[in-house]
Design a protein around this ligand. Sequence first.
Ligand code: FMN
Ligand code: COI
Length: 354
Amino acid sequence: MQPINVHDYEVLAQTQLARPIWDYYQGGSEDEISLRTNRTAFAQLRLRPRVLVDVSNSNLKTSVLNTEIDMPILVAPTAAHSMAHSDGECATIRGADAAGSGMIVSNDASFSMEEIARASQGLRWYQLYIHTLNEAQQLIKRAEAAGYQAIVLTVDTPLLSNRERDKRNAMGNFQKKYYPGAFSGNARHTINGSLDNSERAAYAGHTLTWDTIAWMRTHTSLPIILKGILTAEDATLAVQHQVAGIVVSNHGGRQLDGTIAPIEALPEIVAVAAQHCEIYLDGGIRRGTDILKALALGAQAVLIGRPILWGLTVQGSEGVRHILEILQKELQSAMILAGCPSIKQISRSLIQWT
Ligand SMILES: Cc1cc2nc3c(=O)[nH]c(=O)nc-3n(C[C@H](O)[C@H](O)[C@H](O)COP(=O)(O)O)c2cc1C
Ligand SMILES: CC(C)CC(=O)C(=O)O
């Protein structure tokens, strides 16, 4: 089958991945209600297209944090790409670059952030999990030195949720046996001696507070983006802490189960934060029309998670590029059909809630 849309890549990827990997990539937490809601919430929004608009000059170019990109679409941080393809994140970022997009590199990538940075000239942001402040400080320094342009702190993971597919598959054992190091590319590259693994293992995510953002600011001048915000209350606090951006996200339905979908949370967050920082959204985006809806409700750009892993599995960097270009073309066609030749013309009036 020649894949022509994101769903085709999903079908093909499933045939190529061992069950534990497929389930790790695909799954959500507990009853996977959030995972499903992320998709159904998009279907519940209806578009109100305008006609007889001159759409002959359609243009998807935009910028995020003052960096130009060819489409309002970025690669979300997802862990352990070597389980999908031997070139792992180096292939992913090459695909993102070739498409004129950019990549948020996971803290738990299979390759080190330096190796991944060397594979790309384009936009790259570093996603941080804070295990200890000492380790975080070293990672931030390395990200700066390797030319990452922003730090994306994920804040929805004080602990890793209950993922029952992974339990049933004994995913941890499978991964250690067949893909050792898939989650620890960064630990292979060291400065000032090796990272202290026992320290790292003492997972300290649950001690993070808003004070941690102030602490981060004293250790980097890079823009700080918070990923995993779902309420106006937290968006207001984020603005008070002078973040450069917010990713409205429920971690692709992989953390707290039963949350509102990011697309449902977006309007209240835009209402309090859009004047002060950029707002991005991820979760369940599989079509250009989903992206159009997110942009109409005020997102500056969207992040794509699982579809990138499907593209990487099926065709390496070419597959990643193709996934991004499919979404770009679908978005372009949706914009033209809705009477919006450029991103600037996309507005809230496109949306009707059902
Ligand atoms: C396999 C997998 C691994 C992920 N790893 C990370 C990660 O390391 N850091 C992070 O902030 N988010 C991680 N996420 C969440 C994604 O960044 C993103 O929020 C989510 O995948 C978006 O939903 P989508 O997959 O429906 O596009 C992961 C998601 C998946 C599917
Ligand atoms: C290593 C994990 C914490 C990566 C992650 O965020 C996820 O699997 O959702």
